[in-house]
Design a protein around this ligand. Structure first.
Ligand SMILES: Nc1nc2c(c(=O)[nH]1)N[C@H]1C(S)=C(S)[C@@H](COP(=O)(O)OP(=O)(O)OC[C@H]3O[C@@H](n4cnc5c(=O)[nH]c(N)nc54)[C@H](O)[C@@H]3O)O[C@H]1N2
Ligand SMILES: Nc1nc2c(c(=O)[nH]1)N[C@H]1C(S)=C(S)[C@@H](COP(=O)(O)OP(=O)(O)OC[C@H]3O[C@@H](n4cnc5c(=O)[nH]c(N)nc54)[C@H](O)[C@@H]3O)O[C@H]1N2
Ligand code: SF4
Ligand SMILES: [Mo]
Length: 697
């Protein structure tokens, strides 16, 4: 018998700038191979290490296949299988009772970008919660501070296309671990380097990207605003600015010049830990090399001054006029080009029907606060999907206190039995991106994509769209939008009137799989700000420096917090071979995320040797990790590749037990990477908790 063998297209829906186009080989209904689409101009036929092995996840025996009801204590992980009807009836009944007693705002959705798909990430779910009148969630956990900073400067979320980096002569990776988190930019950088381009990395940690760079500058965490002002000091001081660009396309340059003059290299050396001659030479090289591009990723903005730091860094290409050059400019995100019809997709107008007004807004970065001490009606029900807050949200002890409240009704839509799923009253099994229809934006390139299911769904899994559709019916919501098909939803979101989407139809997406947005391009490609055209009301780049004065983060070596008790700055940045907590079920990922990188000068006085179990702690909590002694970090900084599943950590507490739930200067984002800790060798390491994957009794 010959095997029926076909190839199907899919899109990687993980929260990653690359948003890869995938080709799946299917034999007799079973996927046998997954690879990057060679035809996609950014995917270019290869995948990152984590998703190259996605079929392991797809077919993992740990996949959730049936609805479950909790039988043990919250967090214990004991569940029993139930039918879909029972599950949906119970959820609808509980939500209705809570809405009656406390008002619908006592119900909180909690989701992030577990899938980047429009329909399953911000489609039917939003319609459901809007119609219900539930609290709205402010989705700040990742990029809110940087987004706010970028908007202050540029007024729009646009940047240099990845394909343009091949033309650059100098590339600055600023808080950007390109090799680990954005690997499809790498071939363009290699191409540029073959033509003689240099790569500089600005990162407190020696990542693989930093090791492969021509030069690595190591600021202390959260000090980038000072560094940006220091570079501007040199650029203005030496007359290296582009006067013509400043005059025509910016406002406030005098204010910025004055502010920068307060940041001479010796002061910036003290604030950032970067040698003054390195600051001077980077500024000169950046301003005089054409074209020079900055890849600013989100590492910078996960700190107390992260919003303003992003704002200041985003001014550099305007000051040097680098936006004019193909291969110049800056990319933090490209998402602003995907101007879909959000209102038609998400239907915020339905709140009027439910409440007669907008519902209250709850910041997801303050999950612990939301569940334990929020003002107004207490949160009595939380519905979690596309996220794993029990592992990834800051101040984990507070978050877990919330999730363990006996009077909280918790529903979790998941593919795996995560830490959060362990706290659910009802768990609903969700499909993967290989199993459902969706359309996708990207935040690291300019192609819109769509995919149909490539594989049959296992067990009784359902997509988020189907689950919220079914819940809406159970709740008696008869608005036609709950009957809309997936194709109807895609047509609705494409119908926005934006010139960027002109000519992009569902049929075309289905046929071509990926379609480049209709961006205004001349022979040089898309240069968003070559002739100004910034997103602010006056069309100009905003250089006003009123808010750009630097004070060190409270939790930093120069800050006001108790640095004597907690002298080490913890950076819990992304692990190269996983994605947030998404691959936490993998043994090798668990080992990689169980490490703490410590400098030998910090390890020696504490008697810590490579491989020792160490306790990392502060006033918020305590977490146990394995020391990796080396020079990937400088003295005074420790780093934990993140995010491990808490239940696989000794004591059931992960890295976020240490992080603070304070918010950034602007944007209301979390400050994951400003976190003071102490580290000590553990003589008697606590033994790991049992694995805690679901026990079906
Ligand atoms: N392999 C992998 N890929 C991922 C993810 C993952 O977990 N693993 N996560 C995805 C997600 S959700 C996102 S948001 C993106 C994020 O992608 P990135 O922003 O590239 O990732 P981060 O690790 O948050 O930060 C990048 C770098 O910033 C550094 N950094 C930390 N603090 C500072 C600082 O104060 N100043 C400077 N200059 N640098 C600092 C960190 O050491 C890190 O190396 O990646 C996505 N892709
Ligand atoms: N210490 C520390 N904490 C961090 C970070 C850090 O760098 N350090 N990074 C922060 C950042 S940038 C981010 S973005 C957040 C990310 O945190 P989360 O948004 O929680 O992302 P993940 O941990 O990847 O978890 C996503 C979950 O969604 C599920 N999922 C995927 N697709 C679907 C679907 O179609 N349906 C349903 N129902 N579920 C699905 C996956 O199984 C997975 O468990 O973490 C933040 N927390
Ligand atoms: S995680 Fe990112 S790099 Fe990896 S396959 Fe998905 S989109 Fe591509
Ligand atoms: Mo993120």
């Amino acid at each position: 018998m010959t095997a029926a063998r076909e190839t199907r297209h899919a899109v990687c829906a993980l929260d990653c700038p690359d948003c890869c186009s995938l080709v799946v080989t299917v034999e007799n209904g079973q996927a046998t191979r997954l690879r990057g689409n060679p035809e996609h101009p950014v995917t270019r036929g290869f995948l990152c290490a984590k998703v190259a092995q996605y079929l392991e996840r797809e077919y993992s025996p740990e996949r959730l296949l049936y609805p479950l009801r909790r039988t043990g204590a919250k967090g214990e992980g004991r569940f029993t299988r139930i039918g879909w009807d029972d599950a949906l009836d119970e959820i609808a009944g509980r939500l209705q009772a809570i809405a009656r007693e406390f008002g619908p705002e006592a119900i909180l959705p909690y989701s992030y970008a577990g899938t980047m798909g429009f329909l399953n990430g911000s489609g039917m779910d939003r319609r459901f919660f809007h119609r219900l009148g539930a609290s709205r969630l402010d989705r700040t956990i990742c990029s809110a501070a940087g987004g706010a900073g970028l908007m202050e400067s540029l007024g729009v979320r646009l940047g240099t296309a990845p394909e343009q980096f091949r033309l650059s002569r100098l590339i600055v990776a600023w808080g950007a671990n390109i090799h680990g988190t954005n690997v499809h930019l790498w071939p363009f950088i290699l191409e540029a380097r073959r033509q003689g381009a240099r790569l500089y990395v600005i990162d407190p940690v020696e990542t693989k990207t930093a090791r492969l760079a021509d030069k690595h500058l190591r600021p202390y965490p959260g000090s980038d605003l000072a560094l940006a002002l220091g570079l501007l000091h040199v650029i203005f001081g030496e007359g290296l600015e582009d006067r013509d660009y400043l005059e025509r396309f910016t406002t406030g340059s005098e204010s910025l010049r004055a502010r920068a003059s307060e940041y001479p290299p010796e002061r910036v050396e003290h604030l950032t830990g970067i040698a003054r001659q390195d600051i001077v030479s980077l500024a000169r090289e950046y301003a005089t090399t054409r074209p020079a591009a900055i890849r600013l990723n989100y590492g910078v903005q996960r700190s107390e001054r992260g919003g303003r730091a992003t704002q200041a860094i985003a001014l550099l290409p305007a000051v040097t006029g680098s936006w004019k050059d193909p291969g110049g400019g800056l990319q933090m995100t490209t998402s602003g080009a995907f101007q879909v019809n959000r209102a038609a997709l998400e239907r915020p107008d339905l709140q009027q029907k439910a409440l007669g007004r907008e519902a209250r807004l709850i910041n997801m970065a303050e999950a612990g606060h939301a569940l334990t001490s929020v003002a107004g009606p207490p949160v009595q029900a939380i519905i979690v999907y596309n996220s794993n807050p029990a592992a990834i949200a800051p101040n984990q002890n507070k978050v877990l206190r919330g999730f363990r409240r006996e009077d909280l009704f918790t529903v979790v839509l998941e593919q795996f039995q995560t830490d959060t799923a362990d706290h659910a009253d009802i768990v609903l099994p969700a499909t993967t991106f290989l199993e459902h229809t969706d359309a996708y934006l990207a935040y690291g390139h300019y192609y819109l994509q769509m995919a149909r299911p490539a594989l049959p769904r296992p067990g009784e899994c359902r997509s988020n769209v189907e689950i919220f559709r079914a819940l809406a019916r159970r709740m008696g919501f008869d608005d036609p939008c709950f009957d809309e098909s997936e194709d109807g939803m895609i047509r609705a979101l494409l119908d926005s009137g934006s010139p960027y989407l002109e000519g992009i139809t569902l049929e075309r997406l289905e046929r071509e799989h990926f379609v480049r947005l209709n961006l205004p391009e001349n022979g040089d490609g898309f240069l968003p700000f070559k002739e100004g055209g910034f997103g602010r009301p006056d069309g100009k780049c905003n250089l006003s420096a009123e808010h750009l004065d630097y004070t060190p983060p409270v939790e930093s070596r120069l800050g006001t917090a108790a640095a004597a008790r907690y002298p080490l700055e913890l950076v819990s940045s992304k692990n190269d071979e996983s994605l947030n907590s998404t691959f936490g079920h993998r043994g090798w990922v668990d080992e990689q995320t169980a490490l703490l990188e410590v400098h030998p000068d910090d390890a020696a006085p504490r008697g810590i040797a490579n491989g020792d179990t160490v306790a990392v702690y502060n006033d918020r909590g305590r977490c146990s990790l394995t020391a990796r002694v080396g020079t990937t970090v400088r003295t005074g900084v420790v780093r934990a590749p993140s995010v491990r599943w808490s239940k696989r950590s000794p004591g059931g507490r992960g890295i976020n037990v240490l992080t603070q739930d304070k918010l950034t200067d602007i944007g209301g984002g979390p400050v994951f990477y400003n976190c003071l800790v102490q580290v000590e060798k553990c003589e008697n390491a606590p033994s790991p908790q049992p694995r805690g994957s679901s026990v079906v009794s």
